[in-house]
Design a protein around this ligand. Structure first.
Ligand code: GLA
Length: 402
């Protein structure tokens, strides 16, 4: 089944369950998860990233109410949560509803007056797999809340407000990549994003390359805490280096040469963190150049260098991710493999020749299971579209501009 048909089917399923739960029609908004092709832990250093939206999404059915209550139902958790728009507070409570409520909070903080609404949420982005289920729920809810209140917003602004929700309401200091690509992307392309200027450029993924995502099925609890630690280490590096390099604002502004010259200002660990970020920014451009020329030669080395740098310098890989990358590297038709996302478990991204993708899926699955003892989920992805209104049986139509 093509993605478009499966999206329409999902929208109709959600409309049917919305009707049986709330008794009315609804608008359905969708926002996708993403896989990052290269540029890991560079976004919060004002650097570059190259993600693509994938076929897994979060779907939000919404219909306005006359009062100021939000009645949220999660199809995934089978649970209702209720909150008043005027009593959202400034901090979540560690519940799944923090994501949609955080977005409502951030939109109101930015001056958008929202309406109470009945909301039904269904996601198929694998949770905790590093494919950005959080951004998908944030963006689809944001889009839905705005449409129910008849507001217009530009997509970059929506992405920034969703990031604010996650940073301040949920409490994870993530960069802008996930929300940005969930808002902006189009089919068949990856998005080269400059995370400082927020300028972006769609790059066509070479036609013979399939994006294959391998889920290690490992979710390490370390992730949230260690993510914030890495971010703090990068900020400390900038403070220490700025004595010698007064114009720098983030690691984006430091070259490898400058880093080496000022090595004595940094501890060994922080020096390695910086080396990862600075070299990873260069690798993003290398992959972008290859994509622009429609080339696959050279991808393998760049992807391997990225994985190695994340493993040894940034220290966010784990045994299962390393095993998955190593197994992938031995298969036929592979143009490159590395871990993707925040790390400490989750997925790898593999560039695989379209002709070999199914064989790759089978073999990697068998070899990983016999090495690690877990059966991995392996997805052959299509780079999908960004956030959109899918279907409506309600009267209000969203007006979200590009
Ligand atoms: C998580 C964050 C992103 C980014 C990646 C690492 O997915 O949400 O902002 O920092 O980790 O590249």
């Amino acid at each position: 089944m093509c993605l478009e048909t499966s999206f329409m089917n999902k929208a109709h399923e959600l409309l049917a369950s919305f009707k049986s739960r709330f008794g009315t029609g609804a608008s359905v908004c969708r926002a996708p998860g993403r896989v990052n092709l290269i540029g890991e832990h560079t976004d919060y250093n004002d650097g570059y990233v190259l993600p693509a939206a994938i076929g897994f999404s979060c779907w939000v059915g919404i219909a306005p109410r006359v009062d100021r209550q939000l009645i949220l139902f999660s199809e995934n958790y089978g649970e209702v949560h209720e909150a008043g728009l005027d009593e959202l507070g400034v901090r979540g409570s560690g519940h799944w509803a923090d994501y949609p409520l955080g977005v409502a909070w951030a939109l109101q903080e930015a001056g958008y007056r929202l309406r109470g609404a009945n909301i039904d949420i269904a996601g198929d982005v694998p949770l905790g797999a590093g494919l950005s289920s959080s951004a998908a729920i944030e963006v689809s809810t944001g889009y839905a809340l705005l449409s129910a209140a008849n507001h217009t917003i530009d997509r970059t602004k929506l992405a920034l407000l969703c990031q604010r929700a996650e940073n301040e309401y949920v409490g994870a200091r993530v960069g802008i990549m996930d929300q940005f690509v969930s808002c902006h992307w189009r089919a068949g392309h990856a998005l080269l994003i400059d995370c400082r200027s927020l300028e972006y450029r769609p790059l066509r993924i070479p036609a013979k390359v399939s994006l294959v995502v391998c889920n290690t099925m490992i979710k390490h609890k370390l992730q949230a805490g260690e993510y914030n630690v890495r971010r703090a280490e990068c900020e400390e590096a900038v403070r220490k280096l700025s004595g010698a390099l007064p114009t720098i604002r983030r690691l984006r502004d430091v070259s490898l040469e400058q880093l080496v010259q000022n090595r004595s200002l940094l501890s060994e660990t922080i020096y390695r963190r910086c080396r990862h970020v600075i070299s990873e920014n260069e690798r993003v451009h290398e992959v972008a150049d290859l994509f622009e020329q429609g080339k696959t030669e050279g991808l393998r080395e760049v992807m391997a260098a990225s994985h190695q740098s994340l493993r040894d310098d940034y220290e966010v890989s784990c045994q299962e991710l390393d095993a998955m990358v190593e197994i992938a590297g031995r298969q036929r038709g592979v143009y490159g493999a590395r871990m993707t996302g925040g790390g400490f478990g989750g997925c790898t991204i593999n560039f695989v020749d379209v002709e070999h993708a199914t064989e790759f899926q089978q073999r990697v699955s068998e070899e990983y299971e016999s090495a690690i003892g877990l059966r991995p989920d392996i997805y052959i992805c299509e780079a999908s579209q960004g956030a959109e209104l899918v279907e409506t049986t309600a009267e209000s139509l969203p007006r979200v501009s590009r």
